[in-house]
Unconditional design. Sequence first.
Length: 514
Amino acid sequence: MNLKKLVLSRLGHTEYRPLQEEAIDALCSGRDVLLAAPTGGGKSLVYQSAGLIRSGIAVIVSPLLSLMSQQVDELNRKGINAKFLNSTMNPGEQDDLVWAIRHNHIDLLYLSPEKLVQPSVIGFLHSFDISLFAVDEAHCISQWGNFFRPEYSQLGQLKDAFPNVPIIALTGTVDKQTISSIQESLKLENSLILKNSFDRSNINLQIAQKRKAKQQILYFLHHEAPGQTGIIYCRSRKKTEEISSWLRQLGLPSLSYHAAMQEQDKQNNHQTFIEQHGTIMVATTAYGMGIDIPHVRFVIHLDLPNSPEAYFQEIGRAGRDGQPAKTLLLYGLQDMLQAQQLAVSQPLSAEKEVHHLVNLFQILEGRGCRRQQLLSHFDESIPACNYCDRCLSTKSEHNMTTASQKMLSLIYHTKGLEPFALLIQILLGKKTKAVSAVRAELLPLYGKGKELTEVQWKSVIRHLIAFKYLSIGESNIFTVQINEKSRSVLQGKTQIIIPSEHYYPILKEEQLAL
Ligand code: ADP
C-alpha cells in the first residue's frame, strides 16, 4: 500500500475524492493550494492527509475553537498525534505540548490565528520542520466576505517567514472577489486553485412566500419532516426563543441557540441537539460555522439570510451524511425591505451588505430552477434539478410589463415618498384613510390596477427591487426612485416576466395530531 492510501485508511476512509487527491498531490510537491469546496465537501481530509504524508508538523489555523477541538478529539480517537494549542491551557499543559513537539510526537498542530501570528510562536515554529500551513475558513481574511476577522489579515506574514512551506487556504465560498483577496492576503501568487462543485444534490430547495409562517412551519414539520432533526434559522435572538418555546408547547422537542446565551447553555443545547435525534434547533446564524452533524434532515429559514453564500452555508448544514434533506425558505416583500433597511444602516459596510442582499434577492425572484439560480451565483451551470419547488410547479410565468409600468409611473408621480402598501391601495382603488390623506383619488392611476390582486402587486414590486428597476433610498427614511432601468421598462424596451406565486401550505395548531 502506498503512503497516501495508508494515511487515508488511518483517517478512516477508503477512497479519496478526485479534488482531494489533486490538492494533496500539489501540497506534497510543495505547491500552495486554494481549495474552494462547499461545507461538507471534505476539505479537512486534504490538510490532514498531506500533513501526515509530508514530514514535519502541519500547522492548522481555524477561526473556531470548538471546531478545532472537535477535530483534534476525533483525530486522537483514530490514534493520530494531533494537538490543539489554545489559551485555556495552563503552563504545565503548555510545557507538555512543547515537549511533545520537540520530540516529534506531533503531526498536526491546531491553533488560533491570533496565537499563530504572535512573534514568539512564529519564532518557536522556526526551530521545527513544518510540513504545511492550512488556513481553514480562509474567507475570514477577506473584507469582502461575510465573516471578516481582522486578525486573519496578519496571516500574510507566514509566506515571508516560511517561504518554502506550502500553504493551503480552504474556503466554502467561491465569490471571485473573496478568492482573489484570499490569494493576495496570503501571498499565494502561484497557487493551484481548485474548485469543487457546489451542487449538493441531496438537498432539496423550496422557497416560498410567507403567509402565516408558524402554520407553514407546522405543515413542514408534520408532512415533510415528521420526527426529524433540523434547524430553523431566525434573525433575532428573541424570536429563536419564542419559536422554540412555542414548539415545545406543541409537544415538539426544541431548543434555541443564539450569541447572547451563556456559554454553558450553548454547549448543552448543542450537545443535546447532536445526541437526541428528532430535536429542532431554533437558532440565529450564531449557530453556524463548523457545525458538522451528519443527521440534520432539514433547514428552515424563517427570515432571510444575508447573502447567497450565507444561504448556501446554512442550508448546507442539512444532509451532511449524503442522505436526502429538505429545506424551506419563507419570505415576503416586508422581509426584503427590512433586510435592505438593515443592510443600508451598517455603518462601515453598507455597500457590501446591500450588494450581497441584492444577489440573494435575484436568486429568490429569478425565473426557473432554484438550484440553477443558486449555483449560477457560484459560476456553476447545471441542468434543471427537476425537484425544487419551481421544477415541480406548473412553471407558469406572467408578463407583468404593463403592471410594472403602472407601478413605476405611480412611484414617479408620488416622488417615491409613499410606502408600497399605499401604492398598492391606490392602484386597487381602495378608499382608505391613507389614500385620502394624500388625495390619491385624484391621481390618474387611482383604481387602474384592479386586474391584479394585492399579492400579485407585491410580487411585481419584489421583482422590480430584486432586479434593480427600482432604487431604494440609501438612508433610514423610506424613499424609492426610478432609474435608468425603470425608464427602459416605461418605454416598453424591457419586458418584465414574473414566475407564478407559490404559497407553501399551512397546518393549524388545532389540526396537529399530537
Ligand atoms: P468540510 O471541511 O469541507 O466542511 P469535512 O472535511 O468536514 O468537510 O467532511 C465532510 C464529511 O465528509 C465528513 O463526515 C467526512 O468524514 C466525509 N468525507 C470527507 N472525505 C471523504 C472521503 N474521501 N470519503 C468518504 N467520506 C469523506
